[in-house]
Design a protein around this ligand. Sequence first.
Ligand SMILES: Nc1ncnc2c1ncn2[C@@H]1O[C@H](COP(=O)(O)OP(=O)(O)OP(=O)(O)O)[C@@H](O)[C@H]1O
Ligand SMILES: [Mg+2]
Length: 582
Amino acid sequence: MNKIHVLDSSTINKIAAGEVIERPASIVKELVENSIDANSDEIVVKLKDGGKKEIVVIDNGTGIEKEDLELTILRHATSKITKIEDIYSILSYGFRGEALSTIADVSKMEISSAIEGYDHSNVIEVENGQINKKTIAAFRNGTTITIQNLFYNIPARQKFLKTTNYELKKIIDWIKSIAVSNPKISFKIVVDNKEVYTFQKKSSYEERINEIHFDITKNLTQGTYKDPLVSAIIFVTKPHKVNESKGITQIYINNRPIKNFTVLSAIKKAFEAKIPKVYRPDAFIFLEINPKIIDINVHPQKLEVRVKEDSLLFLPTYYAVKNALEQIKETEIDKTRPTQLISTITAKLIAESETKTERGGMDDFFVKAEKTIQKSLDILPEEMRYSATPKIKNFKIIGQIFNTYILVEKNNSFYIVDQHVAEERYNFEQIQIQYQEHNGLLKQELLVPFGFLLPVEDRGVLLENKEELGKLGFEIDELKDELLVRTIPLKIRNNITKEETKELLKDVIRGIKADIADKQAGLFATIACKMSVKAGTPLNELQMEKIIENLFDCENPFTCPHGRPIFIELSKDRIEKEVSRK
Ligand SMILES: Nc1ncnc2c1ncn2[C@@H]1O[C@H](COP(=O)(O)OP(=O)(O)OP(=O)(O)O)[C@@H](O)[C@H]1O
Ligand SMILES: [Mg+2]
């Protein structure tokens, strides 16, 4: 092994740059954020060769004083904080004082800036992190920063840059996302001397979303949530407009675009049972959170934040999305009072959060969140338990036995419910409805089609009934001796194996061959069976509640599609008689 030695500062800086400056889009991000922090309301971004050759950001912000100009490229030089605690009270995008110095280390940079009252602009030219030249130029209020030849001095990194179009798309996507949360600022994007986007100043998020994403705006519905610590304004796709396309999801905390799993889960949960699981609605989530309870200093590019308690993100998002979904039907309900009341819970949560609990898997999290919601409901006066919140349940889950039966108390009776057949009944009824509504079952594409070698007669049966199978969710093709299954019905488990699919197809063949009157019902029953949770599967409380809630929603909750009873009911009366209490 070589001898240990300390790296020189230029090398240290270039290594550190890798964390913050990954590609041209990272530079645009840092420069535009600085422009917003400088109170600009007009920002122009000019790009050459997808930003690889040149990036110019021009703003009309406060500008930089002459004597501060050279400090901007020093590491840890910032005007935004003076001590670490300040990051818990600021709302600016920057605070580390490292962006410009990092960019200066890996590109050629020129900063030209003037503040009001000057008669000229001051200019510095920087190469390899060092100021080369100081000059003056004609007065222009605000700051113009020009970056050329990104990574010219780190050829290994330059090689990792992608095509011009790829880099350009990254930049434009990012500008669109920051523009959405800053509607009062106008943005102009100029690509190779051609103006490609202009976003005019607007007065609300809604108007800005409409300006940038006009194709989806008409399908969005708006919801809100407010409490002393967190408020939320959200826009999501109306459930009946959600389709299979991927969906845009943009999450903002204090107008900072971030990625956050908890918020995504809350959206998903609020949409549960309203759209197929694999569908993703478009969602724009704006959360305003008291900076005291968030840590913005957890990610090199500030793309994530940490919040004291996950529920502080989960519940406001969940309620705001629910609120938005409610708007569609019941605009007459006054939701402001209850939302505010419910949210006093979040304040309580913060107090409790000091004793932080270990976070388990996502399912545990849902259970925890649901319990919190339920707790919140419990302390509300009856008339305020408005319908945007989850259904008030009229049953109580006691637990699960033998990983197969769910024990439930409801209306003076005790039920032992077979989990598999309960789900099977619900899925069966859902399939019937879906088939009627869509003239067939919705499908999901297998990532890799399954190929089967089937006896020639079975293959014949399937191919002859290709159309009928398509309506049942199976798209099949013939490839040499093999039969290729490309899609399966939508709600069948994602992780269904090839073997299970083969078994299912065999059942379907049997069903098709069978000469019985209600052939279709038989096929639906077979598919419903494969969709449903198996006996012997441990379930959490939320999963059990879902199964029971769905079962009691069924038209026929008593028997499975094959005629087997779904539950055993023991009335309180009968129990009392058995123990001779009566
Ligand atoms: N467009 C601009 N207008 C006015 N001042 C600017 C502009 N860009 C940078 N500055 C000044 O230069 C300083 C350094 O900028 P830099 O981006 O390196 O650090 P920062 O924004 O303070 O923190 P971070 O590294 O987290 O972005 C800023 O604190 C600000 O005072
Ligand atoms: Mg900055």
